[in-house]
Write a protein that binds this ligand. Sequence first.
Ligand code: ADP
Ligand code: ZN
Length: 721
Amino acid sequence: MSRVRVILLNAALGPLDYRLPHGAAAEPGSIVLAPLGPRQMTGVVWEPDRVQTEEVGDNRLRPLLQVYDLPPLSEPLRRLIDWTSNYYLAPLASVLRMSLASSSALDGARTVTEYRPTGHVPDRLTPQRKQALDRIDGRQGLVRELALAADVSDGVIRGLVKSGAIEAVEVSVDDPFPRPNPDHHRPELEDAQRQAAREFVLAVQNAEFAPFLLDGVTGSGKTEVYFEAVAEALRMGSQTLVLLPEIALTEPFLKRFAARFGCEPVAWHSGLRQSQRRRAWRAIATGDAKVVVGARSSLFLPYRQLGLIVVDEAHETSFKQEDGVQYHARDVAVMRAKLEQVPVILASATPAIETRHMAEIGVYKEVKLPDRFGVAEMPDIEAIDLIHDPPPRGRWLAPTLVRELQENLERREQSLLFLNRRGYAPLTLCRHCGHRFQCPNCTAWMVEHRLVSRLACHHCGQMMPPPHACPECKEEDSLVPVGPGVERIADEVKALFPDARTAIVTSDTIWSPAKAAEFVARMEAGAIDIVVGTQLVTKGYHFPNLTLVGVVDADLGLSGGDLRAAERSFQQISQVSGRAGRGDKPGRVFVQTHEPGAPVISALVSGDAEGFYDAETEARREAAMPPFGRLAGIIVSSENLGEATETARLIARTAPTVENMAVFGPAPAPLAMLRGRHRQRLLVHAARSLPVQDIIRDWLGKLDWPRGVRVAVDVDPYSFL
Ligand code: ADP
Ligand code: ZN
């Protein structure tokens, strides 16, 4: 009688024991289908000595329904899942779910039925059907996927199938992916690049854990250099994972990769169709997918034979997952590399203080590229003092910046204005009574989006059409926008330069890889003169004719005031500056600020990154902040204010007394209400040496709170909202 312990894909369930059916074999890591009450659920066999469960007699065990014919999750991946669950205090099932991210990948079928428009217009064309056909616009996918894309019910799509306007197609899902060719187009490397590449190539050949910080200025050729390591992994037949911080960067990356290796790598991100997801998942699991480029979730996929991990733009805070399992993909990437015994390259022009520290103490090996490739020089950065050189009333671009834009237009070069605020205006108020539009579910203003004519909450997605009368005092046409967002800056640009071709680049306009590709193509074709964008345009892009960058409000990032505010501002402005002058024409950067003397601004203007980082690092060391100390946030939320407050107080009251650990709070979170839930925060600050997770697990494990209360622990928090 063989008993196996199984982790089911349901965070509310602990591990359960099952019986193997006669003749079946299942080693740890095997993916199985298990009965659960009247239902069936996917799970993975785990080592019984690693997870506890209730004792159940052999005679009461139910047999597993199926052991899938798929490679078992490898030992290093199982240990990564254990580690992530432990370190981030997340249920094993929630982490495991990220590894088995495609349920359709599990069954053996080789085709799926997808649907696509035929071009035939149905006799009965209801508004819903018309909307569906308009929005589907040549797309193909499952009924559900088409319904989502068209924002109609599944029934509307099925109706269209019946009427012949949409047809079914059998799609073969497991076509092999093309093999990237390591020698397709090898660049001639410069000396510093060649030395850096050599280090990486050797590390790949050694096939041992070796963490690197690739610290190279923007445009120094970091990508070309780590591509050499990818090429070596390809020659050795092993797989490479390249992590990118945003899906928007995937598309340009795919093109660039194809130019170097002859075909695109396998992409993994939330925008994949189910059939694409299945194909990618299976190819990753069998080792057929040689290079995978993806967002953070690709970190937990079951690579058959991983040989290298690259984290590009490794300083990006979007690698931190903020809901569900709250993990930091950069840190988990290093842990995966360690468990898999492979090199990991963290590439950045502005490495995080945490990463620099690891290089300083010799844990990570630092490889530097101090200069831009070829004749390109780093751009000059100049501050515009908004007190002495203010924009006219109701405008946001200072005369100096306007003049520079004008000259750049005359030279037929491209410009970029950066403002990290989506929409038209961050706040709308009534001129008559002062009423401000607040989200009903969140502690946040409703942001006006003029392009789509809506007020929207950036936290919960609540939308409303802009009313023409104030809901408070009923005065008509009394609402005024306060402050600028990118749409408003774009309006200002159009008013100043009516002939200039402008583009707004935010997550509202670039919501898919295809949209990003379209933007890149228009930039490259010279069809855009001035881009107005949010942080989405700060990284990755390489436009040789882009020579002028204006930072509209350099003080914006500093106002939040959390531990990393200055560092983040510095990184963001350095990155956006890094878009200027990447070709043979020199770049100029103008930074609008009310505080030209602030350390961040003077470091940017003088180019003294080292000085800035040293001062920031010292301040962290003195305050025992990360990486010199540990933080963990505890966020208590409930729809019931009293229950949230009571539970937060209970947690504070029962905090254990531990040397070198302090617990702050509770206090209402800055985002005191989010999606209709009241939020309270506590912050645990502890010495590096303390096992904070164990302490918190013991502490919270003993407590009970009302059912509607949620207590989330955020280990190594990046957001303090
Ligand atoms: P980074 O990632 O450091 O910002 P990139 O790798 O994007 O820099 O390089 C900047 C530009 O210079 C890219 O267009 C890249 O193709 C080009 N480049 C860099 N190194 C070389 C090289 N050795 N040969 C040819 N082109 C190069
Ligand atoms: Zn909201």
